[in-house]
Design a protein around this ligand. Structure first.
Ligand SMILES: NC(=O)c1ccc[n+]([C@@H]2O[C@H](COP(=O)([O-])OP(=O)(O)OC[C@H]3O[C@@H](n4cnc5c(N)ncnc54)[C@H](O)[C@@H]3O)[C@@H](O)[C@H]2O)c1
Length: 315
């Protein structure tokens, strides 16, 4: 493995998200070592990462200042968890979404890491207090949950547990900015963190509108893809509002009552099952049949690459 002025990151779990974090960290010159309890997966991941980095370089969309070869040289596989964790200043856990497995992995990490290392979990849903409470190093542990695909969607949410030291959150934030991510800090544990809470709020209303036969499924999706999402790719709801009126003060003065009236008409949440769920399933299967899912995902990733280029002012 090439030497680097920057420290070493240990990645536990070499699947989709583990590989994404590997590419993000090497793009900023950090060394990365991957560990998986299925050794052949590590070998496959190291090879795949080399191909992915070269592919990104050939398309002109490789992140960072180093060449694909230089970035690839920073990546290696480990055959044991202890080798992987040796000298790591950041540990990114990327194993399956299972609370018992995460608790077990973090207990193992706890006994092997230095007192300074940051212990981060990629969990999408599991509150950190559910698997970090009994760690010796619980002050150094937090959730670092990215948006898929992480290489092209910079946002990642940092969720401290009740025991995470504030200086660890600040350090993690600084490092993530350094690797080109956009960390947000969730100040206290809430179910679903922020990304999924906002997504679930959208699902709740989108579902009820279809359930009430106010709109068809395709048209509902177009509200985002052809309407609100066009702005949201560049600015959030508050800045959108600020620009939509003559500033935020005027926006609230003009619209707060109307918005409250609309919000007051929202119906209670429902479990997404039964005839309305079936209607949504049928519409999606018509639009993207199961045998076209992979191709559509590829198209989505290509569109996200183009969008990220536009956002960086490269097109
Ligand atoms: N896929 C997404 O869209 C996405 C987005 C954000 C966060 N996440 C979260 O990231 C985490 C990883 O997700 P993924 O999609 O990369 O999963 P994945 O199935 O692609 O990879 C998980 C990897 O963990 C390895 N593993 C399992 N048990 C292990 C152990 N005991 N020790 C070492 N390695 C072990 C598996 O062999 C596998 O390679 C999950 O917590 C998930 O919720 C996923």
């Amino acid at each position: 493995m090439a030497t680097s002025g920057k420290g070493k990151v240990a990645i536990i779990g070499s699947g989709l998200i583990g590989q994404s974090w590997a590419m993000i960290f090497v793009s900023a010159g950090y060394k990365v070592q991957l560990y998986d309890n299925q050794p052949e997966k590590v070998i496959g991941a190291v090879k795949s990462l080399d191909e992915q980095l070269n592919n990104l370089e050939s398309k002109g969309i490789l992140r960072g200042q180093l060449s694909a070869q230089q970035q690839s040289n920073l990546i290696s596989g480990a055959t044991s968890l202890s080798d992987c964790l040796q000298n790591a200043f950041w540990v990114q856990e990327c194993v399956f979404e299972d609370v018992d497995l995460k608790r077990d992995i973090f207990t193992q990490l706890d006994n092997l890491v230095s007192d300074e290392a940051i212990l981060a979990s990629s969990t999408s849903f599991i509150p950190p207090s559910k698997f970090m409470e009994n760690l010796k190093h619980r002050g150094n542990a937090l959730v670092n949950h990215p948006v898929n695909p992480p290489y092209f969607a910079p946002l990642t949410e940092l969720v401290p547990s009740p025991w995470t030291k504030p200086e660890i959150v600040s350090r993690a934030k600084k490092i993530l900015f350094d690797v080109g991510s956009r960390p947000i800090v969730v100040k206290k544990e809430v179910p679903g963190f922020i990304i999924n809470r906002i997504q679930d709020a959208i699902f709740a209303e989108a579902y009820n509108l279809i359930d009430d036969d106010v709109i068809d499924v395709d048209d509902l999706d177009a509200v985002m893809s052809e309407g609100l999402g066009m702005r949201y790719a560049f600015m959030g709801p508050w800045e959108t509002a600020h620009l939509n009126a003559n500033g935020m003060v005027e926006y609230f003065e003009k619209y707060a009552q109307g918005i409250h009236d609309v919000q007051s008409s929202f119906k209670p949440i429902q479990k997404m099952e039964g005839p309305t769920a079936k209607k949504i399933i049928d519409a999606m299967l018509t639009k993207v049949p199961m045998n076209q899912l992979a191709a559509r995902r590829k198209w989505r990733d290509e569109m996200m690459i183009k969008l990220s280029q536009i956002k960086k002012g490269k097109q």
